[in-house]
Design a protein around this ligand. Structure first.
Ligand code: URA
Length: 210
């Protein structure tokens, strides 16, 4: 979808896409301005035959440096929760609604900034192309940005987490909290509870896969 003042990634999608071709083309994406400040495009990772696709917001500082999604603290939290929920990592494809790190500088630190709806819309062709290749049985949005972008503005993570909703993007689609919100919990007890609830949501996904 084109949005006023922004180009989109649509022109960068290669003909006859495959995951490797998409990854290669995404590396040169100039579909919005976010490439300017980022180290590199962080494309999704996982096998084409993955049954579940997890979609986060955008790469963080670590992901931007390493060029892989969910390899920083939030990614480690996700990995741990997947193991606990009994979801095999090899059945999982992980990606983000926006493929470049958006940040602002605070001193020497790069502070995450939420992508806006134009940036999300500009990047959407990549996600649609990934969905077209992987065709996951279950789509899981991590956090409000992904949930709103993919499940619609009415989806409320706080109220509907773990609930499957109708979507043309996958046979089963749901959303839950972003693993980084667990890391931001105010104290140990809140963190413990948030992590437990996250694992419970992933267990719902696991049972849908059986
Ligand atoms: N947060 C996200 O939403 N995605 C990542 O890849 C890392 C952190």
């Amino acid at each position: 979808m084109a949005t006023d003042g922004y180009p989109t990634a649509a022109a960068f999608i290669p003909p006859k896409p495959t995951l490797p071709r998409l990854r290669e083309a995404a590396a040169g994406c100039r579909g919005c301005h976010l490439y300017e400040g980022a180290t590199q495009t962080v494309f999704g990772e996982g096998l084409k035959k993955s049954k579940v696709m997890f979609v986060g917001e955008q790469p963080g500082d670590r992901e931007d440096v390493e060029g892989k999604p969910f390899v920083g603290p939030a990614g480690r939290m996700l990995d741990r929760a997947l193991v606990e929920a009994g979801i095999d990592r090899s059945e999982v494809y992980v990606t983000n609604v926006v493929k470049h790190f958006k940040y602002t500088m605070r001193g020497k630190r790069r502070i995450h900034q939420r992508p806006d709806s134009e940036e999300t819309a500009a990047c959407r062709p990549w996600l649609e192309a990934e969905l077209g290749q992987v065709k996951p049985q279950v789509l899981v949005c991590l956090g409000a940005t992904a949930a709103k972008a993919l499940l619609g503005p009415k989806f409320k993570v706080t109220q509907q987490r773990g609930e499957f909703v109708d979507s043309e993007l996958a046979p089963l689609a749901t959303g839950t909290v972003h693993p980084s919100s667990i890391l931001r919990a105010p104290d140990e007890e809140a963190r413990h509870r948030a992590y437990h609830d996250f694992v419970e949501d992933l267990k719902i996904v696991a049972s849908a896969l059986d």
